[in-house]
Design a protein around this ligand. Structure first.
Ligand SMILES: Cc1ncc(C[n+]2csc(CCOP(=O)(O)OP(=O)(O)O)c2C)c(N)n1
Ligand SMILES: [Mg+2]
Length: 585
């Protein structure tokens, strides 16, 4: 069989050590699919049920491994389906390469079937974005696309006309009038040096050493730098606050940790920000500026010079990698003898954990979503990778999933899209076959891409899926009420039975309606050797309250009640029970 041009692309991906491609076939990519078939001993093709999921999987693969994620979709509709997942990668700075098909060259511009100019459509999402015209270009276009994705931590896109895919791989270069040879490059890549200048490190150390109340805010860029964060925090007497995307950067059970920041964060984290005089941001571009101090002196470690200093007036930006920069900075820090700022937060943290434990009450019915999350936390392994979704589930996992040991946490941080939880989990399980990979998702988010459960089953992946089935779009319901509006358009009539769907398709499934049955179901699912799903009916009236309830929020609730909020009696009783639980703590 003669080598086809599409094989040049697949072979080059293999040279870049790409081992997995997530995708779904179509007539726009039959050449690429054939190339993957011919090289299946060296590169795995993961067939999915929806291209959006393939893009989320590529993002989840990149997030969990730190390597390039690759997804593949056909021309027109297949490519269009990728978009949401690609924006997820772009906004969370993940290296992802999207491969799409294009109609054959001779019909382009004629309004042919499925003629969607994906290179134009993807202009905003893909930093490197190109169409292949002739086989000799292919290895170099792959090199440029992969390098751009890795260096810029973002999305690249190659669209490939289906006739060019099928051309002979050794089709002669067309040649032309310019003084250039056919492109020829190597699959090499080197990161820019990640260490700031010495003078900047000294300025940063001076600011941090002068601070009386220093707080560290660690983000996704600090993942992999836990030891260095600990050393710096120990010297500075600084509590470590984490962004949600950076939850995996530092253990929640470390005495220096005061949890997450923002609406779904902790009270000690909020207080750390309010009372500090110096803010030390490490690997974060945290967008919710209301939660950042207004007048603290600020030092920021940030890998991108364009993002350094984006959120608050910053005295010393340090452009570099979190780990390397901290390593260089630590010898310049002097240990603070005054530790009251940290100790006060540590005391508050004890109260916070008591509050959280009390609210995850296993004796209440309907089931508390916090109880579900805390049981998963209790029985999951110390190197489990948990992926969550946007919704109230993000709050429950932010607070009740305790990062300890080698545990990881992933969700769509900046796009905050629904539905990646399950695809991320599938991707993580492909990358780490020996680790427990868990999805903690809402009924809304799960329903969006529930066909991917079939992907997990068919690939015999032992993923664990926990559905917080509160049978509503809970997060939005509460947002409406905070605005003072009675809920509208946030509940389907009827309650889906996801356990029946899972069981019918060969997964181990549990449907839990009573708190007393939940512990056994969680243990049963986590202990099952194959794919398992727990469909847990939780209390739809449990609000994801911020650590500090503001006057505006209480006022909004009261107004929504006055304007005829339909479930006000049960909501009021839930709020009342939560308060009692907290007092009891
Ligand atoms: C793709 C997408 N559509 C809509 C939204 C707006 N949104 C954010 S959270 C949410 C509700 C999610 O419902 P569910 O998955 O059931 O989680 P719950 O909040 O009930 O725990 C919605 C509709 C979004 N973030 N992403
Ligand atoms: Mg829901």
């Amino acid at each position: 069989m003669k080598k086809i041009a599409a094989e040049l692309l697949v072979e080059r991906l293999i040279e870049w050590e790409v081992d997995t491609v997530f995708g779904l076939p179509g007539d726009g990519i039959n050449g690429l699919t054939e190339a993957l078939r011919r090289h299946q001993d060296r590169i795995k093709f993961v067939l999915v049920h929806h291209e959006e999921a393939a893009a989320f999987m590529a993002t989840g693969y990149a997030k969990s491994t730190g390597r390039l994620g690759v997804c593949l979709a056909t021309s027109g509709p297949g490519g269009i389906h990728l978009l949401n997942g690609l924006y997820d990668a772009k906004l969370d700075h993940q290296p992802v390469l999207a491969l799409t098909g294009m109609q054959e060259l001779q019909v382009l511009g004629t309004g042919y079937q499925q003629e969607v100019h994906l290179e134009k459509l993807f202009e905003d999402v893909a930093q490197y974005n190109v169409m292949v015209y002739t086989p000799v270009q292919i290895p170099t276009l792959v090199d440029l696309a992969v390098r751009s994705a890795l260096v810029n931590h973002t999305v690249s896109h190659i669209t490939f006309p289906n006739d060019v895919q099928l051309m002979d791989a050794d089709t002669a270069a067309p040649g032309g009038p310019t003084p250039a040879r056919a492109p020829s490059t190597s699959p090499i890549f080197i990161l820019a040096p990640a260490l700031p200048r010495d003078a900047d490190l000294r300025r940063a150390a001076a600011v941090l050493n002068e601070g009386k109340k220093v707080v560290i805010l660690a983000g996704a860029g600090a993942i992999g730098a836990a030891d260095e964060l600990r050393q710096a925090a120990e010297l500075l007497g600084a509590p470590i606050v984490k962004t949600l995307s950076g939850k995996g950067s530092f253990p929640d059970d470390d005495p220096l940790s005061v949890g997450g920041l923002g609406l779904l964060g902790t009270l000690p984290a909020e207080k750390s920000m309010e009372e500090c005089d110096t803010l030390f941001m490490v690997g974060t571009n945290f967008p919710f500026t209301k939660f950042l101090p207004e007048s603290a002196r600020t030092v920021q470690i940030e890998i991108s010079p364009a993002r350094a200093g984006n959120r608050v007036p910053t005295e010393v930006p340090l452009v570099g990698g979190a780990r390397e920069t901290l390593e260089a900075l630590i010898p310049m820090l002097t240990r603070k003898t005054e530790r009251v700022f940290l100790e006060d937060r540590q005391k508050e943290m004890k109260d916070w954990w008591n509050r959280m434990t009390a609210i995850a009450d296993g004796s209440r019915n309907p089931i508390q979503p916090q109880y579900l999350m805390s049981l998963i936390d209790k029985y999951a392994s110390d190197d489990a990778i948990l992926s969550s979704d946007s919704g109230t589930i993000a709050t429950w996992s932010a607070r009740h999933w305790i990062v300890r040991g080698d545990r990881r946490f992933m969700l769509s941080g900046n796009l905050a899209t629904m539905a990646p939880g399950l695809p991320y989990t599938i991707a993580a399980q492909h990358a780490f076959p020996g680790r427990q990979c868990i999805a903690f998702v809402g009924d809304g988010g799960f329903a969006m891409l529930m066909a991917e459960l079939l992907t997990a089953i068919l690939h015999e992946l032992p993923v664990k899926i926990f559905i917080n089935n509160n049978h509503c779009f809970g997060q939005i319901l509460w947002e409406q009420m905070v605005l003072g509006f009675p809920e509208f358009g946030v509940r389907h009539s009827g309650i889906a039975n996801f356990a029946a769907f899972a069981e019918a398709n060969g997964a181990k499934a549990f449907r839990v309606e009573d708190s007393k049955d939940l512990e056994a179901a969680v243990k049963g699912a986590l202990g099952h050797p194959g794919p398992a799903l727990v469909d847990c009916l939780t209390n739809p009236d449990e609000p994801p309250m911020p650590a500090k309830v503001t006057y505006e929020m209480a006022k909004g609730f009261a107004e929504a009640f006055l304007h005829g909020q339909p479930h006000r009696v049960t909501i009021a009783s839930t709020l009342f029970k939560d308060k009692i639980a907290e007092f009891k703590a």
